[in-house]
Design a protein. Structure first.
Length: 530
């Protein structure tokens, strides 16, 4: 009998402890909710607080193109995802693939905004308990991280987390059945990639693809019913393109590694899914061609109305080059042909204004010169017809500090002077010269300054130093007339900031000899996310 009473007593005590713990958790959660709501009287706490968003999200992106000797890679941003299934497809017809895209720099659709996030949500009992646990965990983690420096956390992660190697696992038939393949005939590789938690939401994880043969690859990432895509271009062919205002183009194809010309490359220039020019590079890897002016703008009777469904994406030009399995692509906006595709006045004016010094002090005299030339529709410079030009100078506050009509020479040159008053405001002054048909602009600074007497330079043996190593640096001070600054007191400060590598050298340990890729060689893709 005594044993039964003792057992019942323990059960009652245990139940009472659980009830007290749950009541305390609900009380703290309610107080926290009311504090977030700003103490609004009469507002129920469960409607004032929104649930934290834990919806899975991920996106893929690539930063550049790769050669056949490079280790191709891509980057993934993610949250609430512990693994992704990757499928890599090789595109058989890159020309058709890129010309069918509305925006050749983006594949996939952005995630839509959650409409339900703005709807008040009345929490259940279990949701309150879960919210309290998440709040307590986040608070403790933030507090602990706040007590540790970034270097200490990084050393801890390297010591205890580096031992757990991320192992890729192959996909099986059931995985493909759940989320079917885009095209089984084009699939070249697939795997499951574990994703460890990121330290913060702004970090990215690099996914290596290894060395690939030349081609255009579509990379698909899958998590449950979500998908994201990006494009990886592997090629040893690169090209440089130059344009003129009248539509002429020069395209130079070279080997990515050696820089030697690539003759016989087939080049197409496409706009709005239509081929506007085509050709083959000569023995020096050069193709000279011309983009014909659109027929809709050749006649005076052409309507000045935008085409149906026309947008900014459709105005760009795609330059496609192909040779021996290697594919290169570059895109040019219509601004590269400004003055050629748009109708302009028969005469347009361009000019240049400069001063004898970039910076002046109050009471100084400013001497300026300028030149203006007219440009005909074919882009040829010619003299302007005016004999005078109106010149105005505005101070940093927009007030008129100088106005004068100056004579204009037969070559379109002019010059003048102005005095800066003692009470003149400091800052940037703007010079504007106007004639009928156009204008020219320049600027100069007014500041209270004292010319330095000597120059101090700080140098180190190398640009980078490995962690844990010691390094030396030298401080050199010389007068501008050449003599050293001897017996001077030296004070120096050392600052530390996080280093963000440029996208050509993220790894640091990898040979980045191909970092001279041209910017106009389709070197950036922005993938879609789910």
């Amino acid at each position: 009998m005594l044993d039964t009473n003792s057992r019942s007593y323990r059960i009652v005590i245990t139940s009472l402890v659980y009830v007290i713990a749950i009541a305390g958790a609900l009380t703290i959660a309610t107080l926290r909710s009311r504090a977030k709501a700003g103490g609004t009287a009469g507002a129920p706490a469960e409607e004032a607080e929104r649930p934290l968003s834990s919806k899975p999200f991920f996106s893929l992106s690539t930063h550049r193109t790769y050669g056949t000797n490079d280790n191709a890679r891509l980057w993934v941003d993610y949250q609430a995802v512990d693994h992704l299934e990757f499928r890599v497809y090789q595109i058989k017809d890159p020309r058709k693939f890129f010309t069918e895209l509305k925006d050749p720099h983006q594949v996939g659709e952005n995630e839509q905004e959650e409409i339900a996030s703005s709807v008040p949500h009345r929490k259940s009992f279990l949701e309150r308990v879960r919210s309290f646990k998440r709040w307590a965990y986040t608070g403790i983690r933030t507090f602990v991280r706040g007590q540790l420096q970034h270097d200490s956390r990084q050393a801890f992660n390297q010591k205890f987390r580096a031992e757990k190697e991320v192992v890729r696992t192959p996909l099986n038939v059931s995985d493909y059945a759940r989320v079917p393949l885009l095209n089984p005939d084009l699939l070249v590789s697939s795997w499951r990639e574990p994703l460890p938690p990121l330290e913060n939401e702004y970090d990215q994880r690099m996914i290596p693809l290894g060395k690939r043969g030349p081609g255009v690859y579509l990379v698909e990432a899958v998590a449950n019913d979500l998908r994201a895509y990006t494009v990886v271009v592997v090629t040893d062919l690169t090209m440089i393109d130059k344009t003129t205002r009248d539509g002429e183009m020069m395209i130079y194809t070279v080997d990515r590694k050696t820089g030697e010309p690539r003759p016989g490359a087939q080049v197409e220039i496409i706009k709005e899914k239509k081929v506007v020019a085509t050709g083959t590079t000569d023995g020096q890897g050069v193709l000279r061609t011309k983009v014909e002016k659109p027929k809709a703008q050749q006649g005076d009777e052409a309507p000045d109305v935008p085409a149906e469904n026309e947008d900014t994406d459709s105005k760009s030009y795609l330059i496609l080059a192909k040779q021996s399995g290697n594919f290169a692509i570059s895109d040019l906006g219509s601004l590269f042909f400004s003055g050629y595709e748009s109708e302009e006045d028969s005469e347009n004016v361009k000019g240049y204004i400069y001063t004898d010094r970039p910076v002046y002090r109050p009471t100084h005299k400013v001497s300026f010169k300028g030149i203006v030339r007219a440009i005909d529709p074919s882009g040829i410079y010619k003299p302007v017809g005016d004999n005078t030009i109106n010149v105005t100078v505005e101070d940093p506050n927009g007030a008129n500090a100088f106005t004068k009509e100056l004579p204009l020479s037969a070559r379109g040159t002019f010059n003048g002077e102005m005095e800066i008053s003692e009470s003149a405001p400091l800052g940037t002054y703007r010079i504007a010269a106007e004639i009928e048909g156009g204008s020219a602009n320049g600027n100069f600074e007014v500041a209270e300054y004292k010319k330095p007497e000597y120059k101090v330079t700080v140098s180190a043996p190398g640009k980078f130093v490995q962690a844990g190593q010691k390094t030396n640096f030298s401080v050199d001070a010389k007068y501008f007339f050449g003599a050293p600054v001897a017996n001077a007191e030296v004070k120096y400060y050392i600052y530390r900031s996080r280093y963000y590598a440029w996208y050509y050298g993220e790894d640091g340990n990898e040979d980045n000899s191909d970092s001279s890729d041209q910017e106009d060689e389709y070197s950036s893709y922005y993938g879609g996310g789910d």
